[in-house]
Design a protein around this ligand. Sequence first.
Ligand code: FES
Ligand code: FES
Length: 165
Amino acid sequence: MNRYGLKEKIELRINHATHHIEVDVRDTLLDALRDQLGLTGTKRGCDMGECGACTVLMDGKPINSCMLLAVDVMGRNIMTIEGLAQDELHPIQQAFVENGAVQCGFCTPGMILTAKAFLDHCSNPTDDDVRQAISGNLCRCTGYRKIVEAILDAASRLRRGKRHV
Ligand code: FES
Ligand code: FES
């Protein structure tokens, strides 16, 4: 803590690795991910909880990282898009590529992590289920049709057991 009491050393668990960093107590998780840890796959869009571009998973649930203070997520398991692929792309990522669901790509990390959390609990969704699940993630490019198709395709791939993560 500095003389103004604004700095704090924290431990963050990101993508199964532990990081020790010093943050301003006013820094959001998004600030820490992008500016301190270099995990720039998490995008800064509106910075006010509206667009979903900054979505990461916290204990498996999608959250807007721009709306949480970094000091408040100690002890939680955070997954960013960098932690999703292992030896090969995750089936959701592969489905986005093959279905043309990525244009500028700005919404893509948040969309994919939202889709992962959703498909972890809903293995055989309908079109409407998918639209509801991604309703907090905005995309300015695709018109959403390709994204919905990609998530339905990913669900099918996961049901066929191509990969379980
Ligand atoms: S940047 Fe966090 S919701 Fe838009
Ligand atoms: S692909 Fe550009 S915002 Fe979604």
